[in-house]
Design a protein around this ligand. Structure first.
Ligand SMILES: Nc1ncnc2c1ncn2[C@@H]1O[C@H](COP(=O)(O)OP(=O)(O)OP(=O)(O)O)[C@@H](O)[C@H]1O
Ligand SMILES: [Mg+2]
Length: 212
């Protein structure tokens, strides 16, 4: 079983979008996936419930609660756990989730404000001994890119200054907004429209697979 922690102290950077699409990508490959929603907003948890209404889609089990309880309650045969965390999370709150994680994903948006906040958050993560020693793989995903803009290109350049790898970039698209609201993902379709979004995921999915 692999446990992926999706975290950033910055609000609205794409933690839930990353969590739900990653869960669906793996569920579509036949994996038994659980999302633990550690955020009181319960966005991922609600996404799982909405998804269950679509009989033709492979389900993702949503759970919530403190780390110890959640991990004790995992169904037998669970292959992937993804933990969605809230904005503004403190080192203290993050610590029990980090303990259980095999991989950490940090989404960020392509702007200086987000870059600064991400840099601070990564400093905080370096307080964790496993991360500091390189024993807990941690990757940055730049989200909502408009690849043709100078701002997006500059953001990708700036991110390279950070001491963690940029494992991928996802473009800005209404497809994420619409599909997430329906309990779906870009991996639940095969149309030309979502294919280039799926291509964006190839690199991060490969990186994640390599960490197990
Ligand atoms: N790649 C994208 N393209 C377009 N819209 C996006 C993309 N990623 C996220 N969004 C939208 O941005 C908003 C914030 O995304 P999301 O909820 O995933 O962020 P979050 O980090 O989980 O937020 P919070 O800190 O509130 O939990 C949502 O409306 C979402 O639909
Ligand atoms: Mg969220």
């Amino acid at each position: 079983m692999q446990t992926i922690l999706v975290a950033s102290s910055k609000g609205g950077c794409g933690k839930t979008t990353l969590t739900t699409n990653l869960a669906a990508a793996r569920a579509q490959k036949g994996r038994r996936v659980v999302i633990i929603d550690a955020d009181r907003q319960h966005s991922s948890y609600r996404w799982c419930a909405r998804r269950a209404e679509h009989e033709n889609l492979p389900g993702v089990l949503g759970m919530d609660g403190p780390p110890s309880q959640c991990f004790d309650r995992l169904p037998e045969g669970t292959e992937l756990v993804i933990i969605d965390t809230p904005a503004g999370i403190t080192e203290y709150q993050l610590s029990p989730w980090l303990e259980r994680a095999d991989v950490v994903l940090v989404p960020t948006l392509p702007s200086q404000i987000d870059f600064d906040a991400t840099a601070e958050f990564l400093d905080m993560l370096c307080g964790n001994a496993r991360i500091r020693r390189g024993k807990l793989p941690t990757g940055i995903v730049c989200n909502r890119l408009k690849p043709w803009t100078y701002a997006s290109q500059e953001a990708m350049e700036n991110l390279r200054e950070l001491s963690f790898p940029i494992i991928g970039g996802l473009r800005d698209s209404q497809a994420y907004v619409l599909l997430t609201g329906l309990g779906k993902s870009i991996f639940d379709y095969g149309s030309e429209l979502v294919r280039r979004h799926q291509d964006d995921w190839r690199k991060p999915l490969r990186w994640i697979a390599r960490q197990s």
